[in-house]
Design a binder for this molecule. Sequence first.
Ligand SMILES: Cc1cc2nc3c(=O)[nH]c(=O)nc-3n(C[C@H](O)[C@H](O)[C@H](O)COP(=O)(O)OP(=O)(O)OC[C@H]3O[C@@H](n4cnc5c(N)ncnc54)[C@H](O)[C@@H]3O)c2cc1C
Length: 463
Amino acid sequence: MGGGPGGYEAALVASQLGARVQVVERQGMGGSAVLTDVVPSKTLIATAEWLTVTEQAGELGIGADGGPDGDPGALRADMDIVDQRVMRLAQKQSKDIRARLEKEGIEIVAGTGRVGPTISAEGTRLVHVELADGGERELVAEIILVATGATPRVLPTARPDGERILTWAQMYNLTQIPEHLVVVGSGVTGAEFAGAYNALGARVTLVSSRDRVLPGEDENAAELIEGVFRRRGMTVLSRSRAAAVRRTGDGVEVELADGRVVEASHCLVAVGGVPATASLGLEEAGVELSESGHIKVDRVSRTRAFRIYAAGDCTGVLPLASVAAMQGRIAMWHALGDAVAPLDLSTVAANIFTAPEIATIGVTQKQIESGEVDGAITRLPVARNPRAKMLGIKEGFIKLFSERSSGVVIGGVIVAPRASELIYPITIAVAHRLTVDQLANVFTIYPSLTGSISEAARTLHLA
Ligand SMILES: Cc1cc2nc3c(=O)[nH]c(=O)nc-3n(C[C@H](O)[C@H](O)[C@H](O)COP(=O)(O)OP(=O)(O)OC[C@H]3O[C@@H](n4cnc5c(N)ncnc54)[C@H](O)[C@@H]3O)c2cc1C
């Protein structure tokens, strides 16, 4: 149930292992990841990224009129074209996933599923489906995977209207760049959208209830991004909790808990998600839910109910598409008797698509500084790297953490353009327990940003 990364990746594994597979999906293949979350947001951010790159244009001798004095600020994004591209790309990706599944003989059932409460004498359960085109259908299942994802959290005092007060899924209806966008919530989603719209030319105010943006992330990285946001003209209201968001004539007013009111044209409320686990018949079937409504699973994606597995955002394990997909695959390997290793979150790389990007893997600096992990820390500024100088990159750093006893690489943070790509060698090192010397003693391209990763590893040689 659910055709997002948790569901469709599981379906592919189950089909490969010889099972007959049906995927029940109510929205479209690829799920929210493809239709409203990852794919649309990263496509929008791609446009914003190109615009940010133009910040360096003057320095690199590029001007809008072909001369070095040209004004790169003259470049602008056409929101109509951008949003059409976003939606086209999401639909295309969804179609490609559907075609791939159908090619493998997987049946896609368009509708909303619910698990039946009882197990038959043969050990099967029914899944009731309200079909999208009317009518109902009952599927007989030996194994059920629940991968129904999550939906944006709605605050009762800030109800989205889809026009001015928006969830992240509604941002692509805008045909023009908002005059003034208030983003409520400075977690990953809030920070990514605030950064992107700022780069696209909107006036942006980011309302953050904490001391700084991106709470819980590497402190230096978060500080750097907040500095970049402010330098690019964004207003960041720290320690400011939004109490209510109201629609005014042709705009919104955001009331803060301390009584201040911010007037703007649009407001994006990005305060996290809630698991889509209500009305699925889960508790009646013996599946245990947490207080927050997440499905409790073990490391091979088993729930408390016989042969019901769960994967992805509905489990609350780690809300990433890559983790959802891995949980789904693990569930099927386990359920169908293939070799399986339990989920290991210590090797999950994560990225925040701000400009510059922030990529992380493994242990955190906090864990080392608190003594929880006996590790050594090194940090190199990206600006010192020769390729970075050539490209006009001045902000960012590479951090590497190693285990003191063994020299094994146990984590890292990269803040740089395309950090999402650069983190890969460190991820391999962490996953396969390579030492800093092993990471350092390979050739990197000269000049390249990866040169700084090997340099960071070299500085930890005697640590
Ligand atoms: C704005 C945003 C940006 C993000 N960017 C990234 C990123 O860059 N990288 C990353 O790794 N993660 C990112 N994430 C997180 C990522 O989107 C989720 O972790 C991922 O979508 C989880 O996959 P899933 O399969 O659990 O659920 P989903 O992708 O949510 O799919 C679940 C599907 O199940 C369907 N469904 C629900 N109930 C039923 C039912 N009863 N019957 C049938 N179908 C049902 C839903 O309609 C949905 O289509 C982002 C999230 C957001 C909000």
